[in-house]
Design a binder for this molecule. Structure first.
Ligand SMILES: [Fe+2]
Length: 148
């Protein structure tokens, strides 16, 4: 649920054309208000808010650390899928993802440090982390019959 709801305010806050304002607002008071309205547990609201470092909420649980690292990686994996000949996530391999990490111009907006916090904060080697997230994404897409 934290993964599904983590960008709930995305359409309501200032857009990315004003990145400073966007980042300050993202997962701030509006998110808190939305999530309280649906009786989302307070500790999980904190987890969601903590994925935006600008909110200055410590990632003090394994869930918060996982959300933060996964958030960066899912977007990166989608970017890698777009350069596959068939543009399918199912064609993406762990090695292709790892290889692209080092190319600074590839998916430049994705902060590699956020993804690599899997190692520093979760203690999961990046190869294993990419494998776990990639397999989950492939599985979800298969179950939901989503092509990409
Ligand atoms: Fe976000």
């Amino acid at each position: 649920m934290c993964g599904l709801l983590h960008d709930i305010d995305y359409e309501q806050i200032t857009g990315k054309e004003n990145m400073d304002a966007h980042m300050k607002e993202h997962c701030g008071e509006l998110t808190k208000k939305f999530l309280k309205e649906i009786d989302f547990p307070a500790d999980l609201i904190r987890v969601i808010q903590s994925h935006n470092e600008v909110q200055n909420i410590p990632r003090d649980s394994r869930l918060a650390k996982a959300l933060f690292a996964v958030d960066g990686l899912t977007g990166f994996i989608v970017a890698v899928s777009k350069i596959m000949p068939d543009k399918q996530i199912s064609s993406v391999k762990v090695e292709s993802v790892i290889k692209r990490f080092k190319e600074k111009r590839f998916a430049a907006a994705v902060n590699r440090e956020h993804i690599l916090s899997c190692e520093t904060e979760l203690g999961i080697p990046k190869e294993r982390f990419v494998e776990m997230v990639l397999e989950s994404m492939k599985d979800l897409r298969f179950k939901n019959n989503i092509n990409n």
